[in-house]
Design a protein around this ligand. Sequence first.
Ligand code: SF4
Length: 467
Amino acid sequence: MPSVFIKTYGCQMNERDSEQVARDLQERGHTLVSHERDADVILLNTCSVREMAEQKAIGKMGMLRKLRREKPKLVLGYMGCMAQRLGEDLQRSSPHIDLVVGTQKFHRVAEYVDEALKKREKAFEREDLADLGATINPIVDVAAEKGSQNTIRDHLPEMKKEATAFISIMQGCNMHCTFCIVPTTRGEERGRPIGEIVNEARTLVSRGIREVTLLGQIVNLYGRHEFPKVGDKSPFVQLIEALHEVDGLDRIRFTSPHPMGFRKDLVECFGRLPKLMEHVHLPLQSGSDRILKSMHRPYTAASFRKLVADLRKTRPGIAITTDIIVGFPGETEEDYRASRDLAEEIAFDGAFIFRYSKRGDTPAALMEEQLTEEEKEFRNQDLLSVVNASAASILESCVGTRQEILCEGPSRNDRSRLAGRTRTNKIVIFDGGNRFHGQIFDVAITSASSSTLYGDPAIVDGDAPPA
Ligand code: SF4
């Protein structure tokens, strides 16, 4: 059977979507390969959040054209956000593609791959691929499809070796921040029913998964249009409570939330649900109220500050990470200072700092007062130094403490060592054998670098490490 290589750009939701496509392909008998040279089908799951991500995928597809010259039956396709945004127009930059499949059609990719393989085979038999790199009419499907959010629910069987998994609980976003292309690429908010999500979690637990991360573009506003509140509890809080009841599931995380979705009912969950991990990724985007308004972010620096204080009061020691954009159109030195000061005051555990980049089809791209690249770069580096300092100091303060971790397997950078995550989502590297894999246990933190903790499970008082 044909072999398939999938390359994924962008966020965890894209990773999860690729996993679903891989699973569908396996069910049809395809094999997955980890090198493009070994593949009969190459799919690029794309990201549109920044122009650079799109250029990368288009550049990659250009390189793959050379491979087609060696393997004329090779099927090449785009799927995901850029495919959704550009649709048929992608033929202009990549005339040799066979497939363009949008974000609401991941469940059709396997079927389209088979169709494209047949088309290419036929063209090859007819010998009308005079130039072996030649194109055939691509299959393009970027239409919206009702209920498509319910199709991302299967996981790869090899996952039984893993201890953690992602669950997509919703698709799309209705917030329309003026810099963001997601509402165009992912469509309207659509949530999956609570019962289906809980069943998926139970299946994962039966395969050895101990931690799930719930995924959504505005994950904590999950279900607000489809499912009713019960008492004062939002659908998202109802979902967390239902997952908390799943036996064998030990840890629950979610990403990415919107500050607007942190109402009292959700903040309180951190005080009463021990399986909910002590980490919130809380995108600030700007510390200036004027810029927040221009971004169409409906909160203020003061309300964000209060939310952080409430979370810290409810669950002392909770880790808070964030996203901040510098150089948004019209951002003055004073506006930037407000972001810098707030970041310094809050002392985040970590942050992604983004230089604003124009995205077509967004209101901010048309705003006047665009900043120069030099101004953006200066602010980017300056703010990075602020957040790196707080992140390093928080890691340093963990040295000498005892932390519960879930061991996820070999460290990415040093396969001879193991890696686990603390409840606050910090990576801990330590020495040990296979017996630790998938186990939850305490380690003594012995040292810290600027981004990682190092620990030793053997020297924790009292408890023996897992057998
Ligand atoms: S809430 Fe997030 S995904 Fe939605 S428009 Fe704003 S930045 Fe984009």
